[in-house]
Design a protein around this ligand. Structure first.
Ligand code: MRU
Length: 364
């Protein structure tokens, strides 16, 4: 995607051909800072501290972490310790495990001397495939949005509500939930996006809004609790979110608050779609309630960071000094509340048979 005149991916091999560069997402939207990853530990810490985040980008960063690790030491023991270090970074997005397993499977059978180059090839392939998959999700989802426009009698732009950031910053490029939005906007169809701020880390307010603004997509940031009210008043035509892990039966784990949006959408008869690349499907999990939910530091709830009127980034406390807080990062929306899953192969019902029909090679 473009920032100004320059095309960026969210992660790339640097010109020195040895380090990997990322956009440091903890600094957005106030500063565009490019950070350099030179080691496995740099990659692992970037995932843990959410300099990179979003399920597909976490997977891509893990693959690059593997490549950086193999450049330093490609012994059998290093393959095992690299896997363990990366798997520990964040628990919920299954793309992490998918990418790490792909690296291990691709490297373990090779002689040690070939692992460095092979790991780099795997990382490049994971990134290129992610871009192609998300471009396809954009096409599939845009068809769906055009269909909603052509069936309705809208006297205003098509209104889409999204939660968290499932844009190009959350992937290598294009995004998942935002890919159909970009494509539809680029096709000249008038659209408007309601952007949930997404407390506590505010991925909507800081990242989605920044992305949409860079691309010229009309949008408004709203507080997380506004969605139901807007739906009751006919101001939302469709909801599209991303996801961190989908069960084989179509239950969707995504950023905390997604479930409440799905409930409100169901109560108001509004279609609720989830966009996902196939590496986000966990074929080993049937019931979404089995998915591990990350609990992050309480400080993310008790404190907030922003830019003051002088342009200085500051962290301030919201709560009484010793207030206790809990920070559940994700929730699970049951498949029955989901109108359809938008994948790179098409749109399907959120069910075993729906996913099985699109991915017969993966279904039991
Ligand atoms: O905690 P985050 O910012 O990594 O959570 C991201 C999300 O929940 C996204 O909606 C999800 O990863 C889909 S990204 C295409």
């Amino acid at each position: 995607m473009k920032i100004g005149d320059r095309h960026y991916r969210s992660i790339w091999l640097s010109e020195d051909d040895e380090t990997v560069e990322i956009i440091d997402q903890t600094r957005l939207p106030h500063e565009l800072v490019i950070a350099s990853l030179a080691s496995l530990e740099d990659a692992a810490v970037a995932i843990e501290t959410m300099q990179v985040r979003g399920a597909p980008l976490i997977g891509a960063t893990a693959a690059w972490g593997f490549a950086l690790a193999m450049a330093a030491d490609s012994a059998d023991e290093a393959v095992a310790t690299t896997r363990d270090r990366l798997i520990r970074t964040r628990p919920t997005a299954v793309n992490l495990r998918w990418a790490v397993d792909r690296c291990v499977a691709g490297l373990a059978r090779l002689p040690q001397g070939e692992r460095r180059d092979a790991a780099r090839s795997i990382a490049l392939a994971v990134c290129d495939e992610d871009v192609a998959i998300n471009a396809a999700i954009g096409e599939q989802g845009s068809r769906l949005l055009l269909d909603i426009v052509s069936r309705g009698s809208l006297d205003r732009p098509l209104s889409i509500l999204t939660h968290c950031n499932a844009g190009w910053l959350a992937t290598v490029d294009w995004g998942t939930a935002l890919a159909p939005i970009y494509r539809t906007h680029d096709a000249g169809i008038p659209i408007h996006v309601w952007v949930d701020e997404t407390r506590p880390r505010n991925q909507g307010a800081s990242l989605t809004s920044w992305e949409l603004m860079s691309h010229g997509v009309p949008h408004d940031v709203i507080v997380d609790n506004a969605g139901g009210h807007l739906m009751q008043h006919g101001l939302v035509d469709v909801v599209i979110t991303g996801t961190d892990r989908v069960s084989a039966a179509g239950d969707v784990c995504n950023k905390i608050g997604t479930y409440l949006k799905a409930l409100a959408a169901r109560d108001n008869g509004i279609p609720f779609y989830v966009a996902l690349p196939s590496p986000t499907i966990d074929w080993t999990v049937k019931d979404g309630r089995e998915i591990p939910i990350e609990e992050r530091a309480a400080e993310e709830v008790t404190h907030i960071t922003g830019c003051d009127d002088e342009g200085v980034t500051r962290r301030v406390r919201l709560t009484p000094e010793k207030a206790s807080a809990r920070n559940f990062a994700f929730d699970v929306t049951p498949s029955r509340l989901i109108t359809g899953l938008i994948t790179e192969r098409g749109v399907c019902p959120a069910s075993v048979s729906g996913l099985g029909a699109l991915f017969p090679e993966m279904a039991e």
